[in-house]
Design a protein. Structure first.
Length: 583
């Protein structure tokens, strides 16, 4: 009995320290003299408060059903250390050589703290995780004692980083008290929150705060590097104005882009010539290798309306800037070398560098490999699907959309003369971004044509994006196209062939006839496949039930509400489920 009473006492004390920590987070103020890095510091505090409260909810610190297996004695010790750090003036004076004073929190400030933040990153976290601020408000409201807070000032950015890092380190140790499965789940939820906050940011300064926070505080694994890279691309996208939401703000002053390093756009001026083994002259069409400055490059051509050359030129420059901002492998892209305009031919080119300059490279598309290679392991096909889904997640985190995902725009590189097996051992590379148009009134004049007039390409497009009355492009349309690609990978058959077998017999001939006569064709959709019992059985036979569920998820997402377009629930779920499938 005494032992049980002691444990209860430890848990109760831990709960009291937790409540004190939550209050301290709320009032851990910095007077008015923190300098330009104050927003980054406050952002760090908001995220660490989320992590602390999320941990407490998992272990049931404020409930009768507390986690009995948890080492509560260590938890109490860590919470005491965190409380001391947040509330001890002597601690900050000693560790960081700060001038610190104390003051009592006024009642008006207590009342203000009961409401969720109304601006900045805190507002976005409150929108995504309202229960966090409900918990914080309940703790503050339940406290009848005077609350003190520390006042201190510094313009030393490194000190601010160290303070956040020390807080984060203590919360890391609390999370390590969880079992492995819970710790992974906690990490996944936090990663999703970071991504959705990036997606919902409306200014470059907000996105930059997340980028710096991840780089300085939570640089633990490849997920962190990918999130940091997505936050950087988000800033570049806001600068160029691509796929701009109504609430997003394009920066107009140098102050708004302070600290943002933008790689200058490389407008290539030397002549492009054909690459050895690729024919005597360039085709100036689609995707082809070329020689630039005696080095092999890959170039994707976009034919434009010569009457609107200058408008297209601006769009293509923006596209090249965005592609050049990809600095992490999670985007599965070749480095963008620059932009190559050819007004005499009314074409623009996006030029990519090769992995090295000592190899004679060639490529095959996913469509080529499905047609040519009869057998590929399900594990490898699932891994390819995961990498493509990861690219979509990265793009959508940055608020950008591909808009033309299909097997012709997924390529694999290998040295010339390689077998298909060697191509399939390489990672997929996503191209076709020259069709990633900005859907707003300013771009309507620039992109008067369809992204692609090939009838086959429409098979990979959501019904709402086909025809002249298509809807403004939404993230769910990229996911629909992703579902089509996952179906092809699961069954290792081209989509047209699958439709021909289960929905529209002789579809290839029907499409060819429509192409010849330039006639409108009522094409089948993924809904037709997923409602066909034989087709569903075929998918599950080839890829398994989980893969079929992932395809269904991708292809059945309803239109997002007014405040939901920035959320990434489905994108994160698809990547996570594909990761489990390949284990």
């Amino acid at each position: 009995m005494e032992g049980a009473a002691a444990v209860v006492g430890i848990i109760t004390a831990a709960g009291q320290s937790f409540s004190a920590c939550v209050q301290a987070f709320e009032f851990f103020n910095t007077a008015q003299h923190i300098g330009p890095d104050g927003d980054l510091f406050r952002t760090g505090l908001e995220f660490e408060k989320y992590r602390l409260i999320s941990w407490a909810c998992r272990v049931g610190i404020d409930r009768d059903s507390r986690r009995s297996a948890l080492n509560w004695e260590v938890a109490k010790l860590l919470l005491n250390q965190l409380e001391l750090f947040l509330t001890s003036a002597d601690r900050l004076k000693t560790r960081y050589a700060l001038e610190v004073s104390e003051e009592q929190v006024q009642e008006i400030e207590k009342l203000r703290a009961l409401e969720p933040p109304k601006q900045g990153i805190g507002k976005l976290i409150a929108r995504l995780k309202p229960n966090i601020y409900n918990t914080s408000a309940q703790i503050i409201q339940a406290n009848n004692s005077p609350i003190k807070r520390l006042l201190w000032a510094t313009r030393d950015k490194e000190k601010l980083k160290k303070i956040i890092n020390e807080i984060a380190g203590l919360i890391d140790k609390l999370e390590h008290l969880l079992d492995d499965a819970e710790r992974l789940s906690e990490r996944a939820e936090y990663t999703k929150l970071l991504r959705e906050v990036i997606s919902l940011t409306s200014t470059t300064s907000e996105a930059r705060q997340i980028e710096e926070l991840v780089r300085n505080v939570h640089q633990e694994n490849t997920d962190d590097m990918a999130i940091e890279a997505a936050a950087y691309v988000k800033q570049i996208r806001l600068v160029v104005g691509m796929d701009k939401r109504e609430d997003e703000v394009k920066p107009t002053t140098p102050q708004e882009t302070l600290g943002l390093s933008i790689k200058p756009l490389n407008v290539l001026k030397r002549s492009l010539t054909s690459w050895k083994g690729e024919g005597e002259s360039l085709r100036y069409l689609g995707l082809e290798f070329a020689s630039y400055n005696q080095r092999q490059v890959l170039i994707q051509w976009k034919t434009v309306d010569s009457l609107h050359w200058d408008i297209y030129k601006g769009q293509m420059k923006s596209l090249a800037l965005l592609l050049a901002s990809f600095r992490d492998d999670s985007f599965h892209s070749l480095p963008c070398k620059g932009y190559y305009p050819m007004r005499s031919r009314a074409i623009h080119g996006i030029v990519y560098e090769m992995p090295d300059n000592d190899t004679d490279w060639t490529f095959k598309t996913l469509k080529d490999l499905i047609s040519e290679q009869p057998h590929v392991s399900l594990g490898r096909r699932t891994e390819i699907a995961r990498m493509i889904a990861q690219t979509v997640l990265q793009l959508h985190t940055a608020g950008w959309m591909h808009k033309s995902l299909r097997p012709e725009n997924i390529i694999f590189l290998a040295p010339r003369g390689s077998s298909n097996i060697l191509f399939l051992k390489s990672e997929p590379i996503i191209v076709g971004y020259d069709y990633a148009r900005a859907d707003n009134e300013h771009s309507a004049a620039a992109y008067t044509q369809r992204p692609d007039t090939d009838v086959d390409a429409d098979l990979y497009r959501h019904l709402k994006t086909r025809g002249d009355n298509r809807e403004t492009y939404q993230k769910r349309f990229d996911l629909y196209s992703l579902g089509c690609l996952i179906l092809e990978l699961a069954c290792w058959r081209i989509l047209q062939s699958i439709f021909s077998t289960f929905v529209t017999e002789g579809l290839a001939d029907t499409i060819e006839d429509a192409r010849k006569h330039n006639s409108v064709l009522d094409l089948p959709t993924m809904d037709d496949i997923l409602k066909n019992e034989e087709a569903v059985a075929y998918i599950e036979h080839n890829g398994g039930t989980k893969i079929r569920e992932i395809i269904s998820l991708c292809c059945s997402i309803p239109k997002a509400g007014e405040d939901e377009e920035g959320l990434l629930k489905e994108q994160v779920a698809v990547v996570r489920e594909l990761e489990w499938c390949r284990m």
